[in-house]
Design a protein around this ligand. Sequence first.
Ligand SMILES: Nc1ncnc2c1ncn2[C@@H]1O[C@H](COP(=O)(O)OP(=O)(O)O)[C@@H](O)[C@H]1O
Ligand SMILES: C=C(OP(=O)(O)O)C(=O)O
Ligand SMILES: [K+]
Ligand SMILES: [Mg+2]
Length: 521
Amino acid sequence: MASILEPSKPENKSKRKLNWNFHFAVLSEQLLGFDVDFLSCIDKINWNPLGQRSRSVEIISGCLNAGMSVARFDFSWGDAAYHQETLENLKIAIKSTKKLCAVMLDTVGPELQVVNKSEHPISLQADTTVVLTPDQDKEASSNMLPITFSGLSKAVKKGDTIFIGQYLFTGSETTSVWLEVTDVVGEDVVCLIKNSATLARQLYTLHVSQIHIDLPTITDKDKQVISSWGVQNNIDILSLSYTRHAEDIRQVRDYLSKLGGLSQTQIFAKIENTEGITHFDEILREADGIILARGNLGIDLPPEKVFLFQKAAVYQCNMAGKPAVITRVVDSMTDNLRPTRAEATDVANAVLDGSDAILLGAETLRGLYPVETVSIVGKICAEAEKVFNHDMYFKRAVKYVGEPMTHLESIASSAVRAAIKVKASAIICFTSSGRAARLIAKYRPTMPVISVVIPRLKTNQLRWSFTGAFEAGSTGASNESVLKVALDHGKASGVIKSHDRVVVCQKVGDAAVIKIIELED
Ligand SMILES: Nc1ncnc2c1ncn2[C@@H]1O[C@H](COP(=O)(O)OP(=O)(O)O)[C@@H](O)[C@H]1O
Ligand SMILES: C=C(OP(=O)(O)O)C(=O)O
Ligand SMILES: [K+]
Ligand SMILES: [Mg+2]
């Protein structure tokens, strides 16, 4: 992956071949593609007083109905009580809409911030200087910006590039500023302002291009939040901001396992800088999923390099069977009802690249149109899924795994193959750990997967827990009766109709089996 960072050689232009040979087949009958989930930071909406209504049960319900399936709670801002309030609203919305939605805690990590306590807009003039100071008692002004990190003066040198933008920035030149380091005086960093801009609101992200920030990936504050808010709310996903090494993931997994209660929590590595790209392969091996944080990546990388990393990283995630999440898609929808043509096309291309999910930012943090954003992005994804070349994808994934396959991998890929061949309307997968269901998703079935989890209740006198594979009889339910429940659920939700075919993956005795069943009524 590191080779992506090398400068391009213009003399190679004529010889350059595109490896990304997408073939578009219009599969008109396959309206249901693989699940592109909508990860949205619904908790952030009331960043803007105008958006306060967006945290309401009503707007959250609108987002759920429009396709949101993961809610991000970003601790880069806001306190636990605030996020708890939003989460309570989300729970009510989930109940009333009957939509499932996972909870993702997003860490702060080594993120550098500028805080403008007074919230007066700060106008910065090109070709003048501004001082970045760790003295947070200082007021933010046109020539002084207090930052949350005292090590900046040691990390930067003359000539380095610094970017400051509104939190979950739009990238627009009028709301963000580029600086060049001209001098270091004690703990202060003196910078030349490269473009005139007005910094609005309270919080800005500060990003120094391609330098190591000597802060832990998981900070003490993050640990405190995870061990309290995270445990209390039994979070489904932890988004580890600024993951830079595989060791970051190992440490966090170790930390989660010691907390008790969060050992099932999925860890998604957020790749936000060149350090993360350099160690991408090792990080992917340790993480449960990858978030391509294009907001920060787009600043750390030269603009012409971002697409290449996206394509290469998404491909690696696909082959590893781990979700790839793309961020910063329709920034312009923060203030507009429709995305730009370029943004709309970018969303579709992300799906065609093989992305599994879209993570919204400013659009739902302070945006005026959160529900419309989720809905439009969803429609674009659905259209792109229609022309996604499943056949080529499937062959590629099978070839990549090679032979001999593990039993489970073989069962999962065969289930998808069988389901496509018999035009099944759904795959029903029995699972205890979720491993089988995830492997099925890896092979991108064109029909929905209904995962049936039958937990076994256990107690060690101190606490009750649900673990272990379902054993016929142990819960008083047989495989057959549970299958009936799953089929009924599929029918009730409109996924399965009379006379449909359904593929079932389950264990019979010690053997994992695939059954094709044809429904009567
Ligand atoms: N509770 C269960 N009842 C019946 N079959 C199951 C159950 N859990 C898993 N299976 C089947 O067993 C195989 C292994 O599934 P997996 O999700 O890896 O289970 P585990 O959690 O035991 O690792 C798959 O074919 C899956 O469909
Ligand atoms: C999603 C991103 O990060 P954050 O939410 O921390 O701004 C990003 O950089 O694209
Ligand atoms: K964050
Ligand atoms: Mg970021």
